[in-house]
Design a binder for this molecule. Structure first.
Ligand SMILES: N[C@@H](CCC(=O)N[C@@H](CS)C(=O)NCC(=O)O)C(=O)O
Length: 329
């Protein structure tokens, strides 16, 4: 992490913990918004006008938070308007780096060797973790936003002059319900699996494990009425949030994070939902199972030997579905 602009190599996967050993995720620090006319959004400064070719999105395919921004790019038809740079999935003692892994970009067009250099370019005294995703403004050479929830929401509306409206991922009539479900999904599931994986006490692990599976059981029952998406026929932000955790579940969370009551493949409604979203145009390209496995299983604190498991695979693999071309990278 960075301390007053200086990189410290004492990187710990546990971002913070409370007195009971519960994992705590750091809050994001750059909160500016791209808006159609450059006016400030709900937080941060103005001046970030939606323009094709002006912005760059730095992601790691391993990272669920970054992946939801990639899903939003795909669904909103923004892949040609915003440049995407993919980092190496293995976190090093310099944090995220460029190059050295198939499917990752060899270099940063902006000249950084490590992602943390973008943070210090934007704020020479930055203190905190250099996380992905990063939304970068090429024109003013600064970091716009490093909070995926904001990025998904601004991509939903800022660029409609170029793309047309596309699917509304945050429709006003569902906003309150989406906010409530997002909050619940974050605490019990998206971050819940990390709380299980990075727990430093048995009690903290078991609490997180129980929350994860209680949440999955509720979602399984919610989707068992045949609805295609969480809120019925409309795909929303909440679906992006659920998908990114589900698609990593059997490959990483079941084994490495010890969320092992059952595989997701054993939950038919959730599995069908996962495959339904994976089949949407552009979504399979956001999922790179080789990055996901290599990245998670390189976390030394959890897997010192660095062995990457061969499974899951075979007939029950979620990635062998007819009609969906899934590439490892
Ligand atoms: N609040 C952030 C969280 C992002 C986050 O935690 N990213 C992780 C990867 S999944 C990261 O970059 N970790 C690097 C580190 O902690 O040093 C968001 O949703 O955008």
């Amino acid at each position: 992490m960075l301390v007053n602009g200086i990189w410290t190599e004492r990187w710990q996967p546990v971002q913070g913990k409370d007195e009971q050993g519960r994992f705590i995720r750091q809050t994001s620090s750059f909160r500016h918004w791209i808006t159609p006319d450059g006016r400030p959004g709900p937080t941060g400064h103005g001046g970030f006008r939606a323009e094709p070719g002006r912005y760059r999105l730095y992601v790691a395919y391993i990272c669920p938070w970054a992946s939801r921004t990639l899903m939003a790019l795909a669904l909103k038809g923004l892949r040609g308007l915003i440049d995407v740079i993919v980092v190496n999935p293995r976190l090093t003692d310099q944090g995220w780096t460029f190059g050295g892994f198939a499917g990752a970009d060899d270099r940063d067009p902006g000249g950084a060797r490590h992602l943390h250099q973008l943070y210090t370019r934007a704020d020479p005294h930055f203190t905190g973790r250099a996380t992905v995703p990063v939304l970068w403004d090429i024109h003013t050479d600064t970091l716009v936003n490093n909070e995926s929830a904001d990025i998904v929401r601004m991509l939903n509306s800022a660029f409609s002059a170029w793309t047309g409206p596309g699917p509304d991922l945050y429709p006003p009539d569902l906003a309150g319900q989406i906010d409530a479900l997002n909050d619940d999904l974050y605490h019990r599931l998206n971050n819940g699996v990390y709380q299980a994986g990075f727990a430093s006490s048995q009690q903290a692990y078991e609490e997180a494990y129980d929350r994860v599976f209680a949440c999955l059981d509720e979602l399984e029952s919610r989707l068992s009425d045949g609805r295609p998406y969480l809120f019925g026929d409309r795909l929303t932000e909440s679906d992006l949030r659920l998908f990114v955790t589900l698609v990593r579940f059997d490959a990483a969370y079941h084994g490495l994070f010890k969320c092992n009551r059952n595989l997701l493949a054993a939950m038919p409604a959730l599995q069908a939902y996962l495959l339904r979203i994976l089949a949407l145009e552009g979504i399979a390209d956001t999922v790179h199972l080789d990055h996901i496995k290599a990245g998670y299983y390189s976390i030394k604190a959890l897997n010192p030997g660095g062995i990457v498991p061969a499974g899951p695979g075979g007939g029950s693999s979620p990635f062998t579905i007819p009609g969906v071309s899934f590439h490892d990278h």
